[in-house]
Ligand binder design. Sequence first.
Ligand code: SF4
Length: 506
Amino acid sequence: MQYAPLLTKSKYLNGLQCHKYLWMLLNEADKIPETDEGTQYVFEQGNLVGELAKKLFPNGKGFESMGFKENIEESQKALFLRVPLFEAGFLAGRVYAKVDILEPTEDNQWNIVEVKSSTSVKEVHIQDVSFQKYCYEKAGIKIKNCFVMYINNEYVKNGEIDPVQFFIRKDISSEVEKETIGMEERINLMLKNMSKREIPDIKIGKHCNSPYECPLKEYCWDFLPENNVFQLYRGRDKAFELFESGILSMKDIPEDCELDEKQKKQIYCEKSGNPFIDKKGIKEFLNTLHYPLYFLDFETYTTAIPLYDGTRPHQHIPFQFSLHIIEKKSKSPGHFSYLTDGAIDTRAVIIQKLKELLKDSGSILVYNQSFEQKIFTDLGEYFPEYKQWVDETIKRMVDLINPFRNFYYYNSKQKGSASIKSVLPALTNKSYSDMEISNGGTAFLKYFYVTYGSLVGRKTTPEEVQQVRNALEKYCALDTEAMILIIQKLEKLVTDNNFTTLKIPF
Ligand code: SF4
């Protein structure tokens, strides 16, 4: 006998995002990519935050480790205990929910308390709690109020984490009440669609990225041509407008389409096959540089619960830097790097080394300045003896993304992106594609897992640790080497007469 599938909280949220996603989860799960390391890390961080929250309810009873049937039976039995219940599960028809904390109230009712590892309450949290309240009430439990406990982003670790200060508890009862309107119809529609034989006919749309990027994007968006309208620079709304009118390829965007200057340059490059070069803009940018030139890049990790004193939740903690230095024009670059060894806080070492290397003059090139600037600001705040030097150092920073964000140079190979990963292969014959670690997110996760261990029990060998460290050194060094190559190419573009400023006819 085949049972009709249940609607759980996570499936309800998937269904709110897209009925096709929900249907695929139940009927063609093999098409859904496996959970990646980044998502796994977010889950693990959420679990740690959940465990910390339980400390605020010392006499609570947990049901986390129980199987489905036992969880429901034991949760029902525990109601009379009138103590906080962790992940107590209740079933109402085909709807099943288990809230993080069910808290007894004095008037014989219960509060729902959901714990989140974010630093604010989001719309999806209201939807999440509304579903749980609906299910619990249908199961006969009287709910008085609903709360979200989220992370206080101003919390600074000083010794043991204090859960009272770490969390902010917000009453969201009235928001939940509003969200409950139409809940029954939404749930019934989902239950009906879940059991259908055929896949719901749902087109791609803005919902594919909201509230989270759907893991089926590669599958559903696969029909788009290589250079498609969704690569329009900062043009998401326009792209959907074009898509709705049947225009998929950049090349097919009509002349009279209302676009901004940057988007027009993009289309021109797409149609002409030439890159756009604004020699004057590039020259002005290069004129802002003063030798010695420093090319700097940090790698960082973040944790929801701070690991070290003086750090905040989700703060980016630097564990590695790469620095290339060109003392004078036409001189070869020197390379300096640092990679933390072991589960220790090396911010003091990092700032000390950087002060020695960066000295007091010369331009510091970074790619996407706000990130590096924030790391320096945090270091200056924690080490006040460096504050003045940090403030002066930030003034020396030059953001190499600017010529590309300003479209002084654009090549259709960039596919609408100004990121270094797109610009480097568009301008030079180098790329990140054959690197073992090819982006900052992977660098963070690889470093974190071999250094702090995995919560899912994965063990690392000394060989694996060494392999990751080698890959990290190579990756971070390429980030700063890439900046040198980009600068060299920009210099060539403005001096070489073979390259002329492309006149765009608009
Ligand atoms: S990619 Fe978009 S259309 Fe496809 S299942 Fe996900 S949300 Fe639905």
